[in-house]
Design a binder for this molecule. Structure first.
Ligand SMILES: Cc1cc2nc3c(=O)[nH]c(=O)nc-3n(C[C@H](O)[C@H](O)[C@H](O)COP(=O)(O)O)c2cc1C
Length: 338
């Protein structure tokens, strides 16, 4: 087994965290990761608090191991306050609260009082230092290669050791661009105590992604993503990494249009959030789930540069086990070649 001190902090066996991918990481995927010894983190995905509570309970029924809930502290337009979302997590005593895109300070002491650990995902050394001051239990350093919303502009290779040095002895998790055991070992060499993987997990049976999305992840190569603000309807001017589909290529020259949130954008389809139908307008940033219908090709296929390493659909448990076994072999080989 590949254990690091982070495993003890989070009560897990393997230092692999499943990214809380909005809409995509639901209870099935998170449970599969937690049951394999890692930490599955569901994303709250803008669901109203009662729906989130149900999701947490469903996840709890699928695993007896630690898990987390990811909460975006600012960004998408919500019809309820972030505090209400955090409260559900604390009332449900989720083992780990993951925060992203905002200042975790107001939430850390309430979480700790409820016995909930807090990990904050950041894209810069400045935000990592803010998280230390806030008193979080671990920090996720996200490189610009990452899929989904991207907080900073620095690569994982350059950011992780800087964050490790800035926040020592707090554990750091590397995120962005990690798709196989080589990336995991490299992250450990950079001083990280674990990895958070997103894109690799979209091509698993457990991910709540539309089959077309899963196939695109299998087909795409590392040079077929772009960091853009194009899908800015509902969350304007927020950089995200998504696949360079023909739709994206068509609109990139007019990238700012997506954040204008024009009411006359055409309706391109429909999806469901918390079981309720939601119309999809052009440039809305909803990665297609099995509930999505309509013009899928115009939707937001969020993915990171690690997409080139994703070449086969595999159960999430296999992804975790292969990462760990191959990383152990690789570390032994590297030591032998000294
Ligand atoms: C489809 C998708 C959706 C994401 N949604 C979220 C989210 O809602 N909250 C969050 O903290 N991170 C989100 N992320 C970013 C991940 O937490 C993580 O930084 C990223 O997946 C790591 O890079 P990788 O995709 O190369 O593994 C998302 C990533 C992807 C691919």
């Amino acid at each position: 087994m590949l254990r690091t001190p982070l495993c003890q902090v989070l009560g897990i066996e393997a230092p692999i965290l499943a990214a809380p991918m909005g809409f995509i990481t639901g209870p099935e995927l998170a449970a599969a990761i937690s049951n394999s010894g890692g930490l599955g983190i569901i994303s709250f995905s803008g669901s109203p608090p009662p729906v989130l509570r149900k999701e947490i309970r469903r996840l709890r029924s699928l695993t007896s191991r630690p898990f987390g809930v990811g909460v975006l502290l600012s960004g998408p337009h919500l019809s309820f306050p972030v505090q209400a979302v955090v409260e559900v997590c604390l009332e449900e005593r989720v083992p780990v609260l993951e925060t992203f895109w905002g200042d975790p300070t107001p939430y850390v002491s309430q979480a700790h009082a409820a016995g909930v650990k807090v990990i904050d995902q950041v894209g810069s050394v400045a935000d990592a230092k803010r998280a230390v001051r806030a008193g979080v239990d671990a920090i996720v350093a996200q490189g610009v290669e990452a899929g989904g919303h991207v907080a900073g502009e620095v690569t994982t290779m350059a950011l992780v050791p800087r964050v490790v040095d800035a926040v020592a002895p707090l554990p750091v998790v590397a995120a962005g661009g990690i798709g196989d055991a080589r990336g995991l070992v490299a992250a450990l060499a950079l001083g990280a105590q674990g990895v958070m993987i997103g894109t690799r997990l979209i091509a698993t049976p457990e991910a709540y992604a539309h089959p077309v999305y899963k196939q695109k992840i299998l087909d795409a190569t590392e040079d077929q993503t772009v960091r853009t603000t194009l899908f800015g309807y509902g969350w304007p001017n927020a950089p995200h990494r998504t696949l360079r589909t023909p739709f994206v290529e068509r609109w990139l020259p007019e990238e700012t249009r997506g954040s204008e949130q024009r009411s006359d954008e055409p309706r391109i389809g429909e999806t469901k959030i918390g079981g309720q139908p939601v119309p999809l307008l052009r440039f809305m940033g909803f990665p297609p789930t099995p509930d999505a219908s309509g013009d899928l090709e115009s939707m937001d296929f969020l993915a990171g540069q690690s997409v080139g390493l994703v070449q086969a659909m595999k159960p999430a448990a296999d992804v975790v086990h292969e990462l760990i076994e191959a990383a152990c072999r690789l570390i032994a080989q590297l030591a032998e070649n000294r």
